[in-house]
Design a protein around this ligand. Structure first.
Ligand code: SAM
Length: 286
């Protein structure tokens, strides 16, 4: 694919706006139009969908989202040089692209959203990628304001999000993500597809929020998984001691032996422990 719209090629945009990639901003730009289109479509049809994009950079994925039919794209970008470049795309698609200049960690999506459904689609800056995901998975009340997240991560991080019980990458992040959402690794992207090429392979994953995750207090769940996986090689009867309650009682509530290790406990087990923890604990959780 050489052209998807009548805007200048991305390499020219980068040159004209002096968008020399900065490592401090996690800038690895994707210039392959087949791949940007594939990511844009990965969550299904975009017709009528409002997309929140984090870190549009020179706008390769942004342009794919617009040509694939997104009703509106809200793009949050911290780099002023990129914001200037994105202005040209906004002018080409009147009323369909809003560029928000600023830090995605400060961005309050709800105050910008109108029409539903909303989907988050992004090639995330790797230095804040996990923090953003945890924030989106911690939305209260649940279900959240988005119908799915289609996100690119370093493959090792993608593995930690999509891992299932008994897999090596199964840990706190996998429990939180798979408790609240169905997660799926969709496809990998080789370093050579980016400018500059990162050191590692990237993966695109999709998370679809569960409408009714098993009910439990999220903070309690995070306390339990923090303790259990904080010492993941230890048995639960040892690792859960730091919570200040009887580990055997927690394990019993989850119907697992206290001699088991965290990586063998399914999500339902952690949910059961979190519920029991709330029952036992007299003071409120932070
Ligand atoms: N979406 C573009 C692409 O696929 O080519 C660029 C992706 S690049 C991996 C990450 C982008 O996130 C960069 O444009 C960078 O400037 C931006 N960025 C970095 N930190 C940010 C932050 N805290 N808030 C918003 N954008 C940020």
């Amino acid at each position: 694919m050489t052209q998807i719209d009548d805007l200048p090629p991305l390499r020219e945009v980068i040159r004209r706006h002096d968008l020399k990639p900065r490592k401090s901003l996690g800038q690895n730009f994707l210039l392959d139009l087949n791949l940007t289109a594939r990511i844009a479509r990965a969550g299904g049809s975009l017709v009528g969908v409002t997309v929140v994009e984090i870190g549009p950079g020179p706008g390769g994925l942004t342009r794919a989202l617009l040509t694939e039919g997104a009703a509106r794209v809200i793009a949050v970008e911290r780099d002023e040089r990129a914001v200037a470049a994105l202005g040209e795309i906004a002018a080409r698609y009147p009323d369909r692209l809003s560029v928000i200049a600023g830090d995605a960690l400060e961005f309050d999506a709800l105050s910008h959203l109108g029409r539903r459904p909303v989907r988050v689609i992004a090639n995330l800056p790797y230095n804040i990628a996990t923090a953003l995901l945890v924030r989106w998975l911690s939305v209260e009340p649940w279900p959240p304001w988005y119908d799915s997240l289609v996100l690119m991560f370093q493959r090792e991080v993608a593995d930690r999000i999509t891992a299932q019980v008994d897999e090596e990458a199964y840990g706190r992040l996998a429990v939180l993500a798979n408790w609240r959402a169905e997660t799926k690794r969709l496809f990998d992207i080789a370093p050579s597809a980016f400018v500059p090429p990162p050191k590692v392979t990237s993966s695109v994953i999709r998370l679809v929020p569960r409408t009714s995750p098993e009910s439990c207090n999220r903070l309690a769940l995070e306390r339990i998984t923090g303790a259990a996986f904080g010492q993941r090689r230890k048995m639960l009867r040892q690792s859960l001691k730091s919570l200040g309650v009887d580990p055997a009682r927690l394990a019993n509530a989850a119907d697992v032996e206290p001699t088991r290790r965290a990586e063998t406990v399914p999500i339902g087990g952690f949910v059961a422990m979190a519920r029991e923890f709330i029952n036992i604990k007299s003071e409120p959780l932070l």
